[in-house]
Design a protein around this ligand. Structure first.
Ligand SMILES: *[C@@H]1O[C@H](CO)[C@@H](O)[C@H](O)[C@H]1NC(C)=O
Ligand SMILES: *[C@@H]1O[C@H](CO)[C@@H](O)[C@H](O)[C@H]1NC(C)=O
Ligand SMILES: *[C@@H]1O[C@H](CO)[C@@H](O)[C@H](O)[C@H]1NC(C)=O
Length: 228
């Protein structure tokens, strides 16, 4: 045991020494980089800047679709699709906003019209060969829909279904809140908040052929209690 700890500590010390000693600027380009700051990228002069949303940096959700060579991005009121090989080439975007009625209701409830009462995309998951499942906050009224991308990259399909589903227990109401979700065998498992106030956090199972279920309300120890 002592030898093991000794080895681990030694490795850590070596790692620290190396990371401290290995960055003279002239050798920078030869060392594999783990981090690249925005400033450094600008200095390389071959940076293409994406200026998609004029007044928002709310790009909440990223999904890599390697099969089709695309990066999907869920943002404020929009879903973007970028070409992985050349981000400037054939990028596509779909606007998806909350209705004026929803936005008004959100504003009357005391929320900020620009920063909260919009449709922030929070969930973007592969659904089947041709579709993704997408959910967003919908101005504090979560909604979901299906994004069609076609079966092959050549299809060039990128359209959102007009049919909208209830997004409660799938996306949070509040864009500030985080959510984690997975789609397995057609069922969506989501850890999210399911109320306007952002107090009711739980894990939900929705979609698919079973009845929706969720963990107990207002009991943060529910999972701990059962895992022993
Ligand atoms: C962005 O903000 C500026 C200044 O607040 C405003 O004039 C402009 O209309 C906004 N643009 C959009 C697209 O909302
Ligand atoms: C990327 O695409 C843009 C727009 O089609 C084109 O102007 C540019 O040359 C491409 N860059 C590369 C590296 O292929
Ligand atoms: C994928 O799911 C969508 C939405 O339910 C459906 O319309 C489509 O036919 C499905 N595609 C395949 C290839 O199963």
């Amino acid at each position: 045991m002592g030898i093991l700890w000794g080895t681990i500590i030694l490795l850590c010390v070596v790692a620290v020494l190396r990371s401290e000693g290995s960055e003279p600027p002239q050798t920078k380009n030869n060392v594999p980089r783990l981090k690249l700051s925005y400033k450094e990228m600008l200095e390389t002069n071959n940076l293409v800047t994406f200026e998609g949303l004029a007044n928002s940096s709310a790009y909440h959700t990223l999904l890599l679709d390697e099969e089709k060579g695309r990066l999907l991005v869920g943002a404020k009121d929009h879903i973007f699709s970028f070409n992985l090989l050349n981000i400037s080439k054939d990028k596509a975007q779909i606007p998806w906003t909350a209705s004026p009625t929803r936005r008004d209701e959100c504003k009357w409830a005391g929320k900020d019209l620009l920063r909260e009462c919009a449709h922030f995309i929070k969930v973007l998951l592969p659904f089947n060969q041709s579709h993704f499942y997408v959910c967003g906050t919908g101005a504090f009224h979560p909604v979901c829909s299906y994004l069609e991308v076609g079966k092959k990259p050549e299809d060039g399909v990128f359209t959102l279904a007009t049919h909208v589903e209830n997004g409660r227990g799938k996306s949070p109401y509040d864009p500030k809140l985080l959510t984690a979700s997975m789609l397995i065998d057609g069922e969506l498992y989501a850890g999210t908040s399911a109320d306007f106030m952002g107090r009711d956090f739980a894990i939900f199972r929705t979609l698919g052929k079973h009845h929706p279920i969720r963990t107990e309300q207002h009991d943060s120890r529910w999972l701990n209690g059962r895992s022993g």
